[in-house]
Ligand binder design. Structure first.
Ligand code: XIL
Length: 355
C-alpha cells in the first residue's frame, strides 16, 4: 500500500507548484518569428494614441510591425474642430512615435464619404473648393517627408458595386471623378514623394464591387489623376469561395502600381442562422487569410507596398466595438489573441512570407 503522505513529503514543494501552474496555464502560444523580420515588405498595424500608453501593446506592435496606420486620429472627424481649426495633437503623437521607433507612418484618410464634416457642409459655395484644397494641403504638407503614403480618397465605390457614392464632396465639387481627382492633385502638390492611394473594401469579397473599383482606377488614371497606389482593405468574408481573392489581386496588379493590403481582418462572425462549427470557421479564416497572403507575396516586389492588419490583438479590433450591428464582442479576426499571444493564424502568415 503506498503511503500517500510519505510520497507527497518526498516531492519538493516547488515541483508541485509547477505542476499546479502547468495544469492551469494557457496552452503555450506558438513560437513565431517577428513578422517584420520575415516579410520582405512593410507590415503594418493600425494604431490609436491610447494604445501608445499601453506598454504591452507597444512592445508587441514594435516587435512585429514596421508601419503604423492611424486608425482614427488622422481622419477629418478628429482633426477638424467645430470652428474649422485643425488640431494635430493626436496625429503628431502618432508621427512622433513612428519617428522615435523607426517605423513608417501611413496617413489614413484625407477624404471619405463617411466623414462629411459639418464644418465643411456649412461652407458657402464660393469657399468650399478652396477650403477642401487647403485642408488637404495643410494635412499632407504637415507630414511631408514623414508619412510614406496616404489614403487620399477612401471608399468611393457604392456598397453593392453598382456605381459610385454620392457624398458631400461629389455634390459640392462637381461629381465623383471631380472630387477624387482634385484630392489627388492637392495631395501630390503638397507632397511630391508620398504614395497616393485610392482605398476601398469588399473588393475581393464582392467581384462586382471589385470590378467597379478597377474601372474607376482605370478611368482616373487615363484622365491623368496622380494615383500612385491601390489600397484594398481586405476585411475578408471568410465564406467566399477559394480563388476570388487571388483573382482580384491579379487584376489589381495589372495596373503595375504599388498595392497596400490596408486593413486586414477576417471576422468569424456569422449570420443568425450560422451552423458552422468553431473548427470550420477557423479553417475558413485560415484559408482566406493564407490565400490573401500568398496572392500578395506573389506580386512583383515593387508592387508590395505593405500588408497591414486592422488591429493588433483581437481585443483591439473595431469588429468588437462596431455600432452598426455588424460587430461581435467575441470576434477573433486578427493575428494575436486578447492576451497578445501569437495565434496559429500568424504562424500561417509568417510561413507564407518566408519564415
Ligand atoms: C474604423 C475604425 O477602426 C474605428 O475605430 C472607427 O470608429 C471607425 O472607423 N474602413 C476604413 C477605416 O477605412 O477607417 C474604418 O476604421 C474601418 C472601415
Amino acid at each position: 500500500m503506498i503511503d500517500r503522505r510519505a510520497l507527497l513529503a518526498a516531492v519538493p514543494a516547488f515541483a508541485l507548484a509547477a505542476c499546479e501552474r502547468s495544469a492551469t496555464a494557457a496552452p503555450p502560444a506558438p513560437t513565431v518569428r517577428p513578422l517584420k523580420t520575415v516579410a520582405p515588405f512593410a507590415v503594418g498595424v493600425c494604431a490609436k494614441t491610447g494604445q501608445l500608453n499601453d506598454p504591452a501593446w507597444v512592445e508587441l506592435a514594435t516587435m512585429h510591425f514596421s508601419q503604423l496606420t492611424a486608425e482614427w486620429e488622422m481622419k477629418m472627424e478628429r482633426i477638424v474642430g467645430d470652428d474649422g481649426r485643425l488640431d494635430f495633437a493626436a496625429s503628431d503623437r502618432l508621427a512622433g512615435f513612428c519617428e522615435a521607433r523607426g517605423m513608417r507612418l501611413f496617413g489614413h484618410t484625407l477624404i471619405w464619404y463617411a466623414q462629411a464634416h459639418p464644418w465643411f457642409a456649412a461652407l458657402p459655395a464660393d469657399r468650399f473648393a478652396a477650403e477642401y484644397d487647403r485642408y488637404i494641403a495643410e494635412v499632407v504638407g504637415r507630414y511631408r517627408g514623414r508619412a510614406v503614403g496616404w489614403d487620399v480618397v477612401n471608399e468611393p465605390v457604392s456598397e453593392d458595386g453598382s456605381g459610385y457614392r454620392d457624398c458631400l464632396w461629389s455634390e459640392r465639387l462637381g461629381g465623383v471623378d471631380a472630387y477624387i481627382r482634385r484630392a489627388f492633385d492637392q495631395a501630390r502638390e503638397a507632397d511630391g514623394e508620398a504614395v497616393l492611394f485610392l482605398n476601398d473594401y469588399n473588393l475581393e469579397n464582392n467581384p462586382t464591387k471589385g470590378a467597379a473599383y478597377l474601372r474607376l482606377v482605370e478611368r482616373l488614371l487615363k484622365a491623368g489623376a496622380p494615383i500612385t497606389g491601390l489600397g484594398t482593405q481586405s476585411h475578408l468574408d471568410i465564406e467566399i469561395p477559394e480563388g476570388r481573392i487571388t483573382a482580384f489581386m491579379r487584376d489589381l496588379a495589372g495596373f503595375g502600381l504599388p498595392i497596400h493590403v490596408s486593413e486586414l481582418d477576417a471576422s468569424l462572425k456569422g449570420g443568425r442562422l450560422d451552423t458552422r462549427s468553431e473548427a470550420r470557421k477557423l479553417a475558413q479564416q485560415k484559408d482566406r487569410v493564407v490565400e490573401l497572403a500568398e496572392a500578395f507575396m506573389a506580386l512583383p516586389a515593387a508592387q508590395r507596398f505593405a500588408f497591414t492588419a486592422w488591429g493588433l490583438r483581437d481585443s483591439d479590433s473595431w469588429m468588437r466595438q462596431r455600432q452598426d450591428g455588424a460587430g461581435d464582442p467575441d470576434d477573433r479576426p486578427l493575428l494575436f489573441d486578447d492576451a497578445g499571444r501569437p495565434k496559429p493564424l500568424l504562424a500561417e502568415v509568417v510561413k507564407v512570407f518566408g519564415g
